[in-house]
Design a protein around this ligand. Structure first.
Ligand code: CA
Ligand code: CA
Ligand code: CA
Length: 78
């Protein structure tokens, strides 16, 4: 279990769900948590087990992550 990260909002809208290694399972999630339509939560499943291994939060939505933690940061994909 990783630490919980704070996001801009409490909602979660997945803007992009990707399958970068084409094994049929999602391994990339780009999400909007505050409903403004801009991505602020980025998650990656690096080992292909369907669970998030790295979470990045871009609190000011400038494209650069402000916090990076291992695990899903308390924000598991649906
Ligand atoms: Ca947002
Ligand atoms: Ca994983
Ligand atoms: Ca940022």
């Amino acid at each position: 279990m990783g630490e919980n990260v704070e996001t801009r909002g409490d909602e979660r809208t997945d803007l992009i769900v990707g399958d970068t290694n084409r094994d049929g399972k999602a391994d990339l999630w780009v999400s909007d948590t505050d409903g403004d339509g801009k991505a602020d939560l980025f998650q990656f499943d690096t080992d292909g087990d369907g669970k998030v291994d790295v979470t990045m939060v871009d609190l000011d939505q400038d494209g650069n992550p402000d916090e990076v933690v291992s695990g899903d940061g308390g924000h598991a994909p649906n």
